[in-house]
Design a protein around this ligand. Sequence first.
Ligand code: GTP
Ligand code: MG
Length: 353
Amino acid sequence: MGNNNQKKLKRKEMLKNKRIEELLNDENTVDQTNKILLCGTGDSGKSTMIKQMRILYCDGFPSEQVQLYKNAIQKSLRINMKMLIQNGKALGIHINDKVNRQLSEEYLENFETYKKSQVYCKKEIDTLKQLWQDHSIQTVWNNRCEIQVPENLDYYFNKIEKFCNPNFKPTNEDIVLFRIPTTGIVKINFHSQDTKWEIIDVGGQRSERRKWIHHFEDVNLVFFIVAINEFNKKLYEDETINRMNESITLCKNILNNKYFKKTDCSLVFTKTDLLKRSLEKTEFNMYYPKYNRENNFEQVSEYIQKLFIKTIKKKNKRQVSSHMICATEKEEVENIINLTIRKYLERKPVSVF
Ligand SMILES: Nc1nc2c(ncn2[C@@H]2O[C@H](COP(=O)(O)OP(=O)(O)OP(=O)(O)O)[C@@H](O)[C@H]2O)c(=O)[nH]1
Ligand SMILES: [Mg+2]
């Protein structure tokens, strides 16, 4: 009798083990993909995070992407010098140096001819180099919060010969620092802490936001990305609107959306390096008059975080976290992704049964 019972138990154990193996081999059960959605206004740093993920988890950029960035970087130098000259005039910053003023006039006159050429001739490179070093052009660049120019333009102008060389091949850093506004949706798959993840990047400009809704379902984590240095900038789509105010309104609308009632969310403040730089020259309370603390990074960044956090309702049903990073630093992106996933998994352990 005892032997029979033992046999039955053994058989039960074997069946259980077989079932576990079946479950483990069933992709639908174990390989369930978790979803992270990146939201935020244009230029906030969503794609920069995605690029870092590509470098960290997907062996970097495919050759078509590298070529796309090469072309875009090369084109942008011309266009942005034109912008600096023209916007300088509009801001009342005229080129004082006689030689450089003449050079800038000639550059604008010949711009269309230059633009037609794929390659930069020596004369154009020398002109761009000299104009970039001009004191008045540097004044325009230092007042860039008044105009719409790319964030890291100095990186490219400071090494202009490299970028104008027809044989130049963009490095990861060249790609991470350059912005191509996202249109449509970009997805990346990766593994973290024995779980499968998909991270979704969307375009943040107003015209792109209506596409977001198609990706709201089954989201495990929402990251709302904010460029923490944009307190003194105007929205590209409507220059009467302050960029940070636009971001606060969007944060309120997205993170309180019914789809995300129970979804953990992370506020990710990027561009900490640029905020530090900008507070050296700008008083934060000129833009937020209610602010009455020190004009330093620690206190201003804490105040900005609170402006966003207080818009998020019903925190009891979900975890809300806030992080500050320089998104152009790969390790900082990696750390917050890992940390957020770990916190998520701790709260909701993945169970096979
Ligand atoms: N210096 C610095 N630059 C950053 C940082 N984060 C992003 N950038 C730069 O900011 C620019 C905009 O970044 P993107 O990631 O393309 O912005 P986005 O949110 O994807 O913009 P859309 O696609 O229009 O929604 C790029 O030139 C980035 O290199 C940061 O922390 N520090
Ligand atoms: Mg983008």
